[in-house]
Ligand binder design. Structure first.
Ligand SMILES: *Cc1c(COP(=O)(O)O)cnc(C)c1O
Length: 375
């Protein structure tokens, strides 16, 4: 009997022209941080999101950092971060010298809670920006959040790192913040190997982002007019990103089909609940995740899948509870704490076969039938 192959959690799907475009970079001698593929990738992402400006950078964290700097966030300012997100959202605030203030998420969409956000902004006039995260592939309630931000005259940064291909009320994720950010890390739907993109319609912000991402050097000689960063994406990464962009529609369709099959398999169950798909958003279904009843159930689920040679992982945990942020201000309602340890991501690469997905579903049935789901 041949051993069953290992089913990974979320790996790159490189079945397009990635190798061809990489070879072209080498042949054309454009491998570093300028080149036609960087320009074409920026133009492609701007077109996808309908944005006036797209600036390619080394990763999503750098994109968020520059988005904050260009929005004039300074040391001493406070920036709202959802309590349930990837650490990068809060780290970017710290990189800008500002202080994250953690606001909880809702049960309904696992994204920033507009009511709590209003409370935080009314109480704390040192808040200068809000980072709204589009979690697992769908959008936060960005109309509500945007109008609250306008009311208090604070900048809205959309952390759409994992949400490329998703929409909010018909508009693309990445189009909805004053400044938005994508990540092209290896586990995202579209990867560039590593990379990020800053998106905005504001020419001034775009100019600052571009300038700061290349050591704040106005010309070709060694004159600098600010503290800069070495954050530009290389042409090699852009070549991979560009090849991926050609297949984005196909990859998102595959992710949605995988999500629909999982949803059908878990329909009516109480031990395992599919991730939210709020009415306001069509999810890209980036990282298919489920909620289980408690952390022991999550641990046994991951272990059972491991025993069946499939990779699963307990997802984000409340950031305000973690070591770097013990003293950070917070507005919490218990949701992020309840999600911590009880959300598990399942294999959902866009290249996942139906056969392998059936193996995952069968392993989850073993977990249920063993009683571990309820124990
Ligand atoms: C992936 C991710 C990031 C960070 O992107 P990198 O490219 O890994 O730096 C930031 N925020 C969220 C919500 C993410 O999922």
């Amino acid at each position: 009997m041949t051993p069953l192959s290992r089913i990974p959690l979320a790996i790159p799907d490189l079945r397009g022209r990635e190798a061809e475009l990489l070879v072209k970079c080498v042949t054309d001698n454009w491998v570093s941080s300028a080149g036609p593929e960087v320009t074409a990738f920026e133009a492609g992402i701007a077109a996808l999101t309908g944005r006036c400006h797209a600036i390619a950078v080394v990763n999503g964290t750098a994109a968020l950092h520059l988005a904050l700097l260009a929005s004039e966030i300074k040391p001493g300012d406070r920036v709202v971060v959802p309590d349930w997100t990837f650490a990068a959202s809060a780290n970017a605030v710290a990189h800008a010298g500002a202080t994250p203030i953690f606001v909880d998420v809702t049960e309904v969409d696992w994204a920033l809670d507009p009511i709590l956000l209003s409370k935080a902004l009314a109480a704390d006039r040192t808040i200068r920006a809000v980072i709204a995260v589009d979690p697992v592939g769908h959008a936060a309630d960005l109309d509500s959040i945007h109008s609250i931000c306008r009311q208090y005259d604070v900048v809205l940064v959309e952390d759409a790192a994992g949400a490329i291909g998703g929409t909010y009320k018909g508009k693309p994720c990445g189009a909805l913040g004053d400044v938005s950010a994508f990540s092209f890390n290896g586990n995202k739907t579209l990867t560039a190997g590593g990379g990020g993109m800053v998106l905005t319609d504001d020419a001034h912000i775009a100019q600052i982002v571009r300038h700061r991402s290349t050591q704040a050097r106005p010309g070709a000689d060694y004159i600098h007019d600010a503290v800069g960063y070495n954050y530009r994406m290389t042409n090699l990464n852009a070549a991979v990103g560009l090849a991926q962009l050609e297949r984005l529609g196909e990859m998102v369709s595959a992710k949605r089909a995988i999500a629909a099959r999982y949803d059908a398999a878990f329909a009516g169950r109480t031990d395992i609940k599919p991730m939210p798909r709020p009415d306001h958003s069509e999810s890209s279904c980036w990282l298919y995740s489920v909620r289980v009843e408690h952390e022991d159930a999550a641990r046994t689920l991951v272990r059972t899948l491991q025993e069946h040679n499939a990779e699963a992982r307990i997802f984000w945990r409340s950031l305000s509870q973690q070591a770097p942020w013990q003293g950070a201000p917070r507005y919490l309602n218990g949701v992020a704490e309840a999600l911590s340890g009880t959300v598990v991501s399942l294999p959902c690469s866009s290249s996942l076969s139906e056969n392998d997905q059936d193996r995952v579903i069968a392993a989850i049935d073993v977990w249920r039938d063993s009683g571990m789901a309820a124990a």
